[in-house]
Ligand binder design. Structure first.
Ligand code: 13P
Length: 259
């Protein structure tokens, strides 16, 4: 079964509107000579305050090579939730994906599996697609509970979500010890964990969902690592942090993912 690869840039808490617009334009410029049909799905996730400016640049370009994503959302449509942004509000933009459950949100903002599940359900009900992040700490890896922990995160995140909606969703496996550390997870090991995630989905939702869902690797992905990562059987792309903040390095990763 062939799954369209995704290279997604998570810009985290970087760049104001002007800087984000410049980076988006830079990425489109880098990709201007590439045939759209050969490209992976290229996704960028700026901060909320930059969505308007980046959305405008993507529309101006009209090349259709870059897709917009948000880094987070709240599941209630509106109300007394100071500081939150609802999925309804994200309909202002031509946006396709919403990242949820990033380890930084779980760690610094105490996001629970239950909250992530509520967000995933609301995202799918509103016609967007979640990029559900999971991953183990170094301590969990050393304790030998990586698979158990990740299977539990995935099982809870996809509770009460149909096989059809699961199939359209995206998962990003991001070992926490590999994020922002330069210590990329060995590709064979990343593929093993991602296969385990796919088999977890198979057990929960059946073959169609397991064979369709795209599962990305994230954690110190660089232009030098992407080809080996993409050569693995079950890695369907990458969620890139640091290396997505420069148009040339992000474009190199995109090109590295082109078969
Ligand atoms: P780095 O690529 O900077 O390690 O970040 C990975 C990440 O957390 C993407 O969501």
């Amino acid at each position: 079964m062939s799954r369209k690869p995704i290279i997604a840039g998570n810009w985290k808490m970087h760049n104001n509107s002007a800087q984000s617009a410049e980076l988006a334009v830079g990425i489109m410029q880098e990709l201007k000579n590439e045939d759209k049909n050969n490209l992976p799905e290229v996704v960028i996730a700026p901060v909320f305050t930059s969505l308007y400016a980046v959305d405008k640049e993507l529309k101006n370009c009209g090349c259709g090579k870059v897709t917009l994503a948000a880094q987070n959302c709240y599941y209630e449509p509106k109300g007394a939730f100071t500081g939150e942004i609802s999925i309804e509000m994200l309909k202002d933009f031509d946006l396709k994906y919403i990242i949820i459950g990033h380890s930084e949100r779980r760690q610094y903002f105490n996001e629970s599996d239950e909250l992530i599940n509520k967000k995933a359900i609301a995202i799918l009900e509103n016609g967007f697609l979640p990029i559900v992040c999971c991953g183990e700490t170094l301590e969990q890896r050393e304790e030998g509970i990586t698979d158990k922990h990740i299977a539990s995160q995935i099982t809870k995140a996809f509770e009460n979500i149909s096989a059809e909606d699961t199939a359209k969703s995206v998962i990003a496996y991001e070992p926490i010890w590999a994020i922002g550390t330069g210590k990329t997870c060995d590709s064979v090991e990343a593929n093993r964990v991602i296969k385990m995630i796919r088999e977890t989905i198979r057990g929960l939702k059946g073959d169609m969902a397991a064979d369709s869902i795209r599962i990305l690797y994230g954690g110190s992905v660089k232009p030098e690592t992407i080809e080996e990562q993409m050569a693995q059987s079950d890695i369907d792309g990458a969620l890139v942090g640091g290396a997505s903040l420069k148009a040339d390095s992000f474009a190199k990763i995109v090109r590295g993912a082109m078969a």
